[in-house]
Design a protein around this ligand. Structure first.
Ligand code: ADP
Ligand code: ADP
Length: 230
C-alpha cells in the first residue's frame, strides 16, 4: 500500500498565537518500503504520523492511501478504512487498562469483525518476547513490555501500513533489535509499508530511507545505512 502526502500543512491555534507544525510536506511512502523520520523535538514528526494515519486532519493538503483521499471519507468510513488497513503504535502505548495483553492484541481484529484466534495471538506475543505475559494487564507490565504489547497489537491485524511513533524509545537494546527485525521482516516478506519516527540512528539504519524533518519541512533525505554513521 502506498501513502502519498501532498503539500501537507497543519497549524494549531495556541494562546501565544498560531503554531505551524507542518509547513508543506510532500512525500510518498511506497509499498514494501521502510521509512524512518528523524528530527528535533517539536519539528512535527508526531503530527506528520497522525495526519498520515487519518488520526488528525491536516489544515490543508491531502493524504492519499492507495488512491483513497482520507479527507474525502466520512467519519465512519474513515474509521473503517483505518481499522482495515492502518496500524498505529502510539508513543504512550494507548493500551486498554482493563484488558489483558492478549485481549489488547486481539481488540482491533475483533472491532473489525474478525475472529482473533487464541493461538495466533499467542504467536504474535511470542514474536515480541511476551508469550508468558499474555494474561497480564498493562499495570502489571513494565513500560518496555507495554510498548511491545502495543507493537504486537499493531502487527496482529496485519495492516498494509504501520505508523510507529518512537516504538523503541523505551526498550533496551536487545528488545529494540528484536522489534526492528520483526518490522523489517514485515516489509521484506509481507510487502508492508512501515513509517517509523525515531531518535535512534541504530533504528533508522534498519530503514530503507531516512527523512529529516525540521520546522515542519522535510529538509534532507538519506539512505538508512548512512544514518547509522550520523
Ligand atoms: P521521493 O520518494 O523520491 O522523494 P516523492 O516522495 O515526492 O518522491 O514521491 C513518491 C512517489 O509518489 C513518486 O513516484 C511520485 O511520482 C508519486 N506521486 C506523485 N504524486 C502522487 C499522487 N498525487 N498520488 C500518488 N502518488 C504520487
Ligand atoms: P515532534 O513529534 O517532532 O516532537 P510534534 O508534531 O509533536 O513534534 O509538534 C510539532 C509542533 O506542533 C510543536 O511546536 C508542538 O508544540 C505543536 N503542537 C503539537 N500538537 C499541538 C496541539 N494539540 N496544540 C498546539 N500545538 C501543538
Amino acid at each position: 500500500m502506498t501513502v502519498f502526502l501532498r503539500e501537507l500543512r497543519k497549524t494549531y491555534e495556541a494562546t501565544a498565537g498560531t503554531v505551524t507544525a507542518l509547513d508543506g510536506v510532500t512525500v510518498g511512502f511506497e509499498q514494501s518500503t521502510f521509512t524512518a523520520i528523524m528530527g528535533p523535538s517539536g519539528s512535527g514528526k508526531s503530527t506528520l504520523l497522525h495526519c498520515a494515519a487519518g488520526l488528525e486532519q491536516p489544515t490543508s493538503g491531502t493524504v492519499t492511501v492507495d488512491g483513497t483521499v482520507l479527507g474525502e471519507l466520512g467519519g465512519n468510513e474513515l474509521t473503517r478504512f483505518r481499522r482495515d488497513r492502518i496500524g498505529f503504535v502510539f508513543q504512550d502505548f494507548n493500551l486498554v487498562s482493563s484488558l489483558t495483553a492478549a485481549q489488547n492484541v486481539a481488540l482491533p481484529a475483533r472491532l473489525a469483525g474478525r475472529r482473533a484466534d487464541a493461538a495466533a495471538v499467542t504467536a504474535v506475543l511470542d514474536g515480541v518476547g511476551l508469550a508468558d505475559r499474555a494474561a497480564h494487564r498493562p499495570s502489571e507490565l513494565s513500560g518496555g513490555q507495554q510498548q511491545r504489547v502495543a507493537i504486537a497489537r499493531a502487527l496482529f491485524a496485519q495492516p498494509a501500513v504501520v505508523f510507529a511513533d518512537e516504538p523503541t524509545g523505551a526498550l533496551d537494546k536487545a528488545t529494540s533489535h528484536q522489534i526492528l527485525t520483526l518490522m523489517r521482516r514485515m516489509v521484506d516478506e509481507h510487502g508492508r509499508t512501515i513509517v517509523l519516527v525515531t531518535h535512534d540512528p541504530v533504528a533508522a539504519a534498519v530503514a530503507d530511507r531516512v527523512l529529516l524533518l525540521v520546522d515542519g519541512r522535510v529538509t534532507d533525505e538519506m539512505a538508512g545505512a548512512d544514518a547509522a554513521a550520523v
